[in-house]
Design a protein around this ligand. Sequence first.
Ligand code: MN
Length: 479
Amino acid sequence: MEEIVASDKNLSKAWAFAKLKHKGQKRLTGEDYVYHALETARILMEWGLDKSSIVAGLLHDTLEDTDTSLEELNTKFGGEVAHIVEGVTKVGHIRLKGSQEAEFVENLRKMFLAMAADLRVVLVKLADRLHNMRTLHVLPLEKQKKIAKETLEVYAPLAERLGMGEVKSELEDLGFSYAYPDDYKELLQIAKPHYAKTGKHIREMQTSVTRILKAEEIEAEIQARKKHLYSLWNKLKRPDIQGDFSKINDIVAMRIIVGTVKECYLALGLIHNTYKPVPSIGISDFIAQPKPNGYRSIHTKVFGPGQRIVEIQIRTRKMHKEAEQGMAAHWAYSEAKSGDQNKTKILQKGVKMSEEKLNWVSQLVTWQEELTDSKEYLEAVKFDALNHRNFIYSPKGDVYDLPERATPVDFAYRVHSQLGNYIQAAKVDGKMVPLDYELQSGQVVEIVKSKNPRKPNRDWLSSVKTMVAKREIKKAVRS
Ligand code: MN
């Protein structure tokens, strides 16, 4: 990394500046503090981010921990870099303080605002947190726990929302091992034979799948993807699983990476020809219908050798990169296509492509402008934005993400605040359902509209899950 930095004028200038400013500061590892900044910059470079982000990575702690002023950064490195470092310093004060909710809320607010203004701020912060988590072992136990929990509650969900699957998994597993060390060690032991057994089945299948694809001249890379421990832990806790490993089909999944979309579907057909798909839990086609965070792949579950259920994920190389790196990968592509300037534009405000993916961010910003009551905002942020989401489709095929257990009424208000005022009935997958029906991922919801607007039913308030529905219903009932 130091050689890369030395070979670039801007980077070496920033590196020299950071070394000078952090001089004498040590981390608990005994290493010079400034190497933390270097590692942060390295992560940003691996994510394919632009020069300004990498420079900001080198300088990210200078405002907070040294006598550097914003003006100094501005003069030496330009407004863009100064702006990112300033943003990182501000959002760096996010802390989960338990009882002091107000402060937590205020900080989340700052973070989301900064995020909507320039996403590079959040990416530098994520890289900073990732490196801190990788070196967390040097901190005292109590601090480890606190930082790990904060990582699980704030940073890993953020990485997920940005489609950065690889970062999310790493943050989660590191966070898990420090926040719940006993559970972590126990699961690590218990899961070992299950990983080994499933891994063996996948390798057996691998030979035959390779042969089947080769016969049709499809060149494929086949991997065994281990479910990471934190998500395994969460799945085992689900009421329908109750710790039963035999109910988990994807502890190790087969991942097939091919060249083109056409080959994805071809591979799917060839595999189903040999290994029968499991009825009922079947196929999810996230290529035709990507998840709201941009994730694309085909998932299928088939009966493998010995009638064992095996999950298979099929994707192109490009989709694979996107699934691992998320937004960062998009930016790398857009740069390759149209140069640095366009990329900067995308990063700054989210033009076209990222606009849709960042819907939830702009929604948070709207909320934070509208909601003055901290408590309500906290609920909105905690329960709408960071919780697990379901993906619900409109009859036209538009996809909306809603919190778990959301109802058709939530769906209507999410689509349009006006649609909520015309709800007569709702159909899910073509069948009539009551309006407090709890939606599940993948369902198609159709709102049967009344001719004229009607007042929402006050009773809906007890079943809806989203803030937007609650707010609109209250508003309409009042008027
Ligand atoms: Mn830092």
